[in-house]
Ligand binder design. Structure first.
Ligand code: HH2
Length: 313
């Protein structure tokens, strides 16, 4: 990760302001309506729907399928580019859910959202769940175990589905027990670059990279990774950041209740967006849309000084 000359992605990012930077994901076969790519500028939003009784962030509010579908449709209407449907909590200390249970939770929700034209990602570590969710209409796979299981790579390649590769140290049950790295940014970057190379070589059409905020990381590790957004974005694939409501924000801002961490989340996500994150995984889509619109307008003033002072305010 260290070199005297910045890599090409970093030079391009330096030329283009974050809100004008274009990102592309290729979907040869799985996008609703037959389109083959998603293309956007700046930071787009992935809205979270947890079809679980025990997620740390929303505590079962969308465990029932009807509630989950309604939440997914609302997030899409509020401006989420992708809606992420998960049936297993991966909060620190969470126990694994078996595949039959996970399938029963996610498949009806994935199918109902996809039928209504929503671009759905399935948040799963299990190749079988990914395969069935893709068959039910999901467009991409979000794997918090970072494509560790080679069968997950094979499933995405066979379906022509992009994959989100998340760095996670260990397993959710134990990942927060004394996590250590030689150099967290270099270690995570090297893992993501290697996993992306393997996936693309095996025929996965495109990948999104995610440093895995909170997945086997201390507060300092999370801060270092967020600060290193330009370096991770320079790996050359859209970078996803998922800090929404996470406990390190609660620790930093003194907010014990996850649902009360929206302001802390916005601070972290705006920092990442302004430094090149292409996607933000969020529980609160409408609030992020507002914050990103204002940040983009303000940063856009640097490119258009002649417009300063015109318009009504
Ligand atoms: N975080 C969570 C789950 N999935 N996926 C990606 N790509 N990045 C993340 O940071 C990420 C993720 C954990 O958040 P949440 O889904 O709200 O909680 P839980 O795992 O308890 O359901």
């Amino acid at each position: 990760m260290t070199s005297a000359r910045p890599p090409a992605g970093e030079r391009a990012a330096a030329r283009e302001p974050w809100h004008a930077a274009e990102h592309v994901l290729r979907f040869p076969r799985t996008l609703p309506g037959g389109a083959t790519e998603l293309r956007w500028r700046g930071a787009a939003l992935m809205g979270v729907v947890n079809v679980t009784p025990d997620s740390f962030s929303d505590g079962g509010a969308t465990y029932a399928a009807e509630a989950a579908v309604a939440a997914g449709l609302r997030l899409a209407a509020e401006g989420a580019l992708i809606v992420d449907v998960g049936g297993e909590s991966t909060r620190p200390g969470a126990a694994a859910v078996d595949a039959d249970e996970e399938l029963a939770r996610v498949l009806p929700v994935v199918a109902a959202l996809a039928e209504r034209g929503v671009v759905v990602s399935v948040d799963t570590r299990k190749p079988l769940v990914a395969e069935r969710a893709l068959a039910a209409g999901a467009a991409l796979v979000n794997d918090v175990s970072g494509l560790r299981d080679p069968r997950m790579v094979a499933v995405c390649a066979a379906a022509g589905a992009p994959a989100v590769i998340v760095h996670m140290r260990g397993e959710p049950a134990t990942m927060q027990q004394d996590p250590r790295y030689d150099d967290v940014v270099a270690d995570v970057g090297a893992y993501l670059a290697a996993a992306a190379g393997r996936a693309l070589d095996a025929g996965v059409p495109s990948v999104v990279l995610d440093a895995g905020i909170g997945f086997g990381k201390t507060v300092e590790h999370n801060l270092a990774l967020l600060h290193a957004t330009p370096r991770l974005a320079a790996l050359g694939h859209p970078l996803l950041v998922g800090a929404s409501r996470k406990s390190f924000l609660g620790r930093l801002a003194g907010v014990p209740e996850p649902k009360d961490r929206l302001a802390a989340t916005l601070a972290a996500h705006l920092h990442a967006a302004r430094r090149g994150a292409a996607l933000l995984r969020v529980h609160d889509v409408a609030a992020h849309r507002q914050a990103l619109a204002v940040a983009a307008a303000l940063d856009g003033q640097e490119d258009a000084p002649e417009r300063r002072g015109s318009g009504r305010g």
